[in-house]
Unconditional design. Structure first.
Length: 234
């Protein structure tokens, strides 16, 4: 059995109610639910929330909300893995133990069904704990700068000042869209980013974290540009 879990707590501070805030004409979470459904990968799509309004919206979009998340897993410090582990335990207690689990974030409007399918295939074929979405940095991280207290700047790694960009090792980061994993990996809290994980690499133009109002505005602009280019959301 393949289970999708969307963590969607109600207490977002920087963008209030962001999980159900309207985005391109639909509640934000609706885009994630639609992509998961369109992937054809899942026997169940479940939303883990502590919020009755989010639960109602999720059900209206075709997801299950068979329980409300306990308060200790819904505060500002709650990590993803324990939330997914809790959902797995709830499903298992009802009689069905999933074989594969996918955590997908509610604020992922660029989530693509083909990427979800690729993640499942990668997890199955590689025999690792996780397969997750990732993308490349757009600028060499070896040339990153820090701001000094006196207003000046300095390099984190000044030894790379004169190194050509093409000679620097490429670097990547979590794209924050989905994390396929083995149920036991989530339950044991195994870390995501180790040699026991494999990335599904996405183009940078289809990746945007949405944590601040500026992020939200950028995501809307990107979404509209993609619609004009492809006639679709992704």
């Amino acid at each position: 059995m393949k289970l999708a879990v969307i963590p969607a707590r109600g207490g977002s501070k920087r963008i209030p109610r962001k999980n159900i805030k309207p985005f391109a004409g639909r509640p934000m979470i609706a885009w994630t639910i639609a992509a998961l459904k369109d992937s054809g990968c899942f026997d169940r799509i479940l939303v883990s929330t502590d919020d009755e309004e989010i639960a109602a919206v999720a059900r209206g979009e075709g997801a299950e909300v068979p329980f409300l998340r306990p308060a200790h897993l819904a505060d500002d410090h709650a990590a993803t893995a324990p939330v997914i582990a809790h959902a797995i335990d709830e499903v298992a207690a009802a009689g069905t133990v999933p074989d594969f689990v996918c955590c997908a974030y509610a604020t992922a409007p660029f989530l693509d069904p083909a990427d979800i399918r690729a993640g499942l295939a990668l997890l199955r074929d590689s025999g690792v704990d996780y397969a997750f979405s990732a993308t490349s940095y757009g600028f060499p991280i070896q040339r990153a700068l820090r701001l000094r207290p006196d207003g000046g700047v300095e390099m984190f790694q000044p030894e790379y000042f004169a190194t050509r960009s093409q000679d620097l090792e490429p670097s990547f980061h979590d794209a924050g869209q989905f994390y396929w994993g083995l149920p036991q990996a989530f339950r044991e809290g195994r870390p995501f980013f180790t040699p026991r994980a494999r990335p599904v690499l996405l183009p940078r133009w289809r990746v945007q974290d949405i944590d601040t109002p500026e992020d939200w505005e950028r995501a809307e602009l990107m979404f509209e540009a993609l619609k004009r280019r492809t006639g679709a959301a992704s």
